[in-house]
Ligand binder design. Structure first.
Ligand SMILES: Cc1cc2nc3c(=O)[nH]c(=O)nc-3n(C[C@H](O)[C@H](O)[C@H](O)COP(=O)(O)OP(=O)(O)OC[C@H]3O[C@@H](n4cnc5c(N)ncnc54)[C@H](O)[C@@H]3O)c2cc1C
Length: 391
């Protein structure tokens, strides 16, 4: 595999680096899981969009630059290296948009993509329910056909940033008589619709961005948006949702740039904090692992460019990055000792308390985007060919 970048790719990277150096806010924004931080992040995303960096791989008709996957990876590296803010539009951009490109109508793409990229409309993922997480096909929320539209009822939970989001994409049971995976439909739901109650849930760090969404006989008219509120075919929502999970675990949710940047910060912290050989070895391992993830991603991209797909290997990737993130933050906290427990509000907090924040968030990595136990099942059954789990 030839990893040499072309002149055009190098220029693309350099241009992004310069723009980020000039535009990334000097002070970190407030947490995007708070009302204040959410608003700040929206404003930042608009700037990103106006500069053409919000969704570089999208067609230009929708506000992108039609950049290649390699160019997208380079932008990601630069974005994280610059310490730029987290993406409040992430669920829409990395989970819904690929499904809109694959299954949406032209009217739906024209209606939804641009406001999503500009964070004028922020999307929440409304899949999980109290009795349906890993076993998503057990979901019970329903959508029933009625005159001129649909009536939605049920409860969704663990919906990231739904407390402040404008729209949600979710699966609803439309044919209760059909098999578990068959009678589901993928809906696009305005969170302002009558009958919707969004109730925040505080996370481990206390921020209230997570939410439960209650739907009480919510009417969605067929013409509530151009192209209607159904993505893909009625009763074919499972297929749409599964294309989304490939994107989530595979490439687009956690690109290597994020971990390369954390590894570099860990090296800087190590240089300032310790000469303990065991810790230094752990730091070296973290850096090597981040580089390995980068190379593995480029290999996947090479395969995609040759017409291949990500497939079940995305489970390996998800397992790897989620464990790497935990390991890197654990090493940082070990280096910091008691000072690692200082939050951003403490005057002596090292690096603004971000290692503790990052550690708390890393604990969620093995859970969201499909738990690591489920990924291990996929690896065992689909990559190693071991006997299937009894169902
Ligand atoms: C930070 C964070 C953000 C999230 N954001 C969203 C969001 O925006 N939208 C959304 O819809 N959901 C979101 N989720 C929810 C997430 O998708 C679910 O928590 C996850 O799918 C697990 O489902 P569950 O919590 O119901 O656990 P369960 O499925 O009940 O699992 C409980 C435990 O049992 C294990 N287990 C279950 N089945 C098996 C099996 N067959 N084999 C082996 N082990 C098994 C699991 O691995 C887990 O350890 C988020 C979660 C987190 C932590």
């Amino acid at each position: 595999m030839d990893l040499t970048l072309t002149q055009a790719e190098e220029s693309f990277r350099a241009e992004a680096r310069d723009w980020l150096a000039e535009n990334v806010p000097a002070e970190p924004l407030a947490s995007m899981d708070t009302a204040e931080g959410f608003a700040q992040h929206r404003t930042w995303e608009r700037r990103l969009f106006e500069a053409g960096y919000a969704t570089v791989s999208w067609p230009s008709a929708y506000g992108g630059r039609a950049a290649s996957v390699v160019e997208w990876l380079l932008i990601e590296e630069e974005y994280h290296r610059a310490g730029a803010p987290g993406r409040v539009s992430q669920n829409g951009v990395s989970l819904l948009a690929p499904a809109l490109f694959e299954f949406g109508t032209t009217a739906q793409r024209e209606r939804f993509l641009r406001p999503m990229a500009r964070a004028d409309e922020v999307w929440a993922q409304a899949w999980s329910e109290p009795e349906a997480g890993s076993d998503l096909a057990a979901l019970r929320s329903t959508a029933a056909r009625c005159d001129g539209g649909w009536r939605l009822s049920g409860q969704k939970t663990w919906s990231s940033r739904a407390s402040y989001a404008d729209w949600a994409f979710g699966l609803f049971r439309t044919d209760p008589g059909a098999g578990r995976h068959r009678g589901l439909t993928y809906f696009l739901v305005p969170l302002t619709a009558e009958g919707i109650t969004v109730r925040p849930i505080a996370q481990l760090d206390g921020d209230p961005g997570f939410a439960e969404i209650f739907l009480d006989d919510v009417f969605l008219a067929d013409d509530c948006a151009p192209g209607g509120p159904v993505l893909g075919d009625v009763n074919a929502g499972w297929q749409v949702a599964m294309s989304t999970t490939g994107s989530e675990r595979g490439l687009s949710l956690r690109s290597p740039g994020r971990f390369l940047a954390t590894a570099e910060r860990l090296i800087s912290l190590c240089a300032r904090s310790t000469d303990d050989p065991a810790l230094r070895e752990d730091v070296a391992r973290a850096w090597i692992d981040a580089q390995a993830y980068r190379l593995q991603t480029f290999a996947t991209v090479g395969r995609l460019l040759d017409g291949g797909s990500v497939g079940a290997e995305s489970s390996l990737t998800k397992l790897f990055w989620s464990q790497l993130d935990e390991r890197m933050h654990e090493v940082a906290l070990r280096m910091l000792g008691p000072r690692g427990e200082l939050t951003a509000a403490a005057p002596d907090a090292v690096d603004g308390g971000r290692w503790l924040d990052g550690y708390l968030f890393s604990l969620a990595g093995p859970i969201y985007a499909g738990t690591n136990e489920i990924q291990r099942n996929v690896i065992a059954e689909r990559l190693l060919g071991l006997p299937r789990e009894p169902r």
